[in-house]
Write a protein that binds this ligand. Structure first.
Ligand code: ARG
Length: 595
């Protein structure tokens, strides 16, 4: 956990520390500041009096009153604090001055300054983020979509906070599955009836990734009754590892076919990952890495295979099943490639932290990998993190897929585009758009819906694919937030004063909805920090929904254009639009001017 604080948190901590400094015993008391659930209890609340009273054996409420009094006597505090109240068992509730909150909210309107302020937090640190990682010869599945969306958002969050971010796409381009693939291709060429995947015969260069997948499926079906196929595949992979020219050239073809598809997907998603050192990149370094593991004395032989055991660990951690380093036929494993990857990354980038955005089916794998890295002394200072995303479940009847097939990304995107078209059809402004503008809007909304759905709940939770929800213009969805942005923009288009970034004072005529929106706008920096700290872009996604809700409530109840209060309301509109735009940008979602 990092301890990044916003300016407000620093100021309040200082004020509170000063208020208790006469108590000599209190050195090192941590000051907690939270937003009360209910806005009427102030902007921040602290349990400081409770913590202190327990330490000193004093009466909590009395202590809280003393702290309150001491803050009220502090001249500097007066500049930001409106009032203090003691509530409940001894909570100290802090109400900030409206104009102070305004100055905090306003900060996000000055892009460069805002970025510089955020970047100070993590300056000088490096993080490697392992995400997306689809497998060659298999289509880009929906699980890899989650990893791509969440991984990219985490990348963007850390980058915003000033970290030197390195994205690495650990593509699955090595391993026994290639033995299977190559055997299947051979059988296809030899016209083995079990591998006839289409009526038209194709040469390898005409194959698409879908064809490769069909062959893969055919291999599994055939191997159920023909066990010899499995042995053949194992031997073929061994040949590949030994550098057999012919096998290697077929493998390379599969790589090329798959990358055509992956590149198309990344382009559509607007994602570009810094590096793609796939598993095969580590082929050469593996013998050396295995040797280092042998020399450390952590490997042993079991039934002809080389393994690492995780029993009776010195720090009392629970036992785990062993990990396979080398199979009995001498081929390497996925585990060993991950060890070689860590060694490479530590040498190459010297990261302070390594984050893996990979599904929850990898939990044990990464426990073993991280543990082995620890044994080897290859852990980054701030450790390894596995953000294990949950599964996707489909709402019954909403998405029919052919029985037994994995759901392909392209099918999902096609469906989202269809839904986004429905939104476009029912909109008046869209009717007046140029065709290209309309096209762009439809794509942005379709992808916005899909991405937001991936990002709106904590990555570790399973998500439900429910099209009504994903594309809802009223609920917690991408299109809802995008729609709110376009609403702000259309308000700004109608006023003469849209260029203003700030107002001198908020005045005392602001409505309840204005104040509530302003408070929320002042939390942007905090939410970015919290989202990164918890490896959960959902913190930011939820915040944007909350901004959208508050903006829409304000919009419904307050006249903006032509009102006496126009100046302040335009300021709020502008700030809301910028917070939404920058927030969505971090989530990898585009905004549209009209929809
Ligand atoms: N290609 C793997 C899969 O699809 C995920 C790789 C994750 N990253 C890693 N360093 N193991 O299951």
């Amino acid at each position: 956990m990092f301890n990044y604080k916003t300016k407000t948190q620093v100021l309040l901590s200082e004020i509170l520390s000063k208020a208790i400094e006469n108590n000599k015993e209190v050195v090192g008391v941590e000051i907690n500041l939270e937003h009360p659930q209910n806005e009427s209890f102030g902007d921040y609340s602290t349990n400081l009096a409770m913590v202190l009273a327990k330490k000193l054996g004093e009466n909590t409420r009395m202590l809280a009153e003393e702290i309150k009094k001491s803050i009220e006597e502090n001249k500097e505090a007066e500049e930001i604090i409106e009032k203090i109240e003691v509530a409940g068992a001894g909570f100290i509730n802090i109400y900030l001055k409206t104009d102070y909150i305004k100055s905090v909210a306003e900060a996000s309107n000055y892009e460069n300054e805002f970025r510089e302020m955020l970047a100070e937090h993590g300056m000088g640190k490096t993080v490697v983020i392992d995400y997306s990682a689809p497998n060659i010869a298999k289509p880009f599945g929906i699980g890899h979509l989650r990893s791509t969306n969440i991984g990219q958002a985490i990348y963007n969050l850390y980058r915003m906070l000033g970290w030197n971010t390195i994205g690495d796409n650990h593509v699955g381009d090595w391993g026994t599955q290639f033995g299977k693939m190559i055997v299947a291709l051979e059988k296809y060429e030899n016209k083995d009836v079990r591998f006839q995947i289409s009526d038209v015969r194709k040469t390898l260069s005409e194959f698409t990734v879908d064809d490769l997948e069909k062959l893969y499926v055919a291999f599994h079906a055939a191997s159920e009754t023909d066990e010899a196929l499995v042995d053949e595949a194992r031997d073929t992979f061994a040949k590949l590892e030994k550098g057999d020219e012919k096998v290697k050239s077929v493998w390379q073809k599969c790589i090329d076919i798959s990358w055509q598809e992956f590149n198309r997907v990344y382009q559509m998603l607007g994602v570009s990952i810094d590096f793609a050192y796939g598993e095969s990149f580590y082929e050469k370094s593996m013998p050396g890495v295995i040797k280092m593991m042998d020399e450390k004395g952590i490997t042993s032989i079991s039934q002809g295979a080389k393994i690492v055991k995780f029993e009776n660990l010195d720090d009392g951690e629970a036992d785990m099943p062993p990990a396979m380093v080398e199979k009995s036929n001498g081929t390497t494993t996925y585990f060993t490639r991950d060890m070689a990857t860590i060694k490479f990354r530590m040498d190459e980038w010297k990261p302070d932290m390594m984050i893996y955005e990979v599904g929850s089916d990898h939990i044990l794998h990464f426990k073993q990998v991280f543990r082995t890295a620890k044994m080897m002394g290859w852990s980054p200072k701030e450790g390894f993190v596995h953000v294990a995303h949950g599964m996707i479940r489909w709402k019954e009847g909403k998405f029919s897929t052919r029985q037994g097939k994995t759901i392909h990304l392209t099918e999902v995107i096609d469906k989202a585009v269809e839904e986004a078209k429905n939104i476009a059809e029912s909109s008046k402004v869209v009717k007046e758009m140029k065709a290209s503008e309309k096209e762009e809007m439809i794509m942005a909304v379709a992808l916005g819906g899909i991405k937001f759905n991936d990002l709106a709940s904590d990555p570790r939770k399973d998500i439900i694919f429910d099209w009504d929800k994903i594309m809802s213009l009223e609920g917690d969805s991408g299109p809802y937030v995008q729609y709110t942005y376009s609403r702000c923009r259309s308000v700004l288009a109608k006023t003469e004063i849209r260029e203003q970034n700030n107002i001198d004072s908020f005045g005392d005529k602001a409505s309840e909805e204005e104040l509530s929106l302003l408070r929320e706008l002042g939390k942007f920096e905090e939410k970015i920090i919290e989202a990164a700290d918890r490896f959960s872009p959902s913190v930011l996604a939820e915040y944007l929904v909350s901004i959208a809700r508050k903006y829409n409530e304000f919009y419904a109840k307050n006249k903006i254009i032509g009102d006496e209060q126009e100046l302040r309301r335009v300021f709020l509109t502008k700030t809301a639009s910028l917070v939404i735009q920058r927030g969505l940008e971090i989530l990898g979602i585009k905004t549209v001017e009209k929809m």
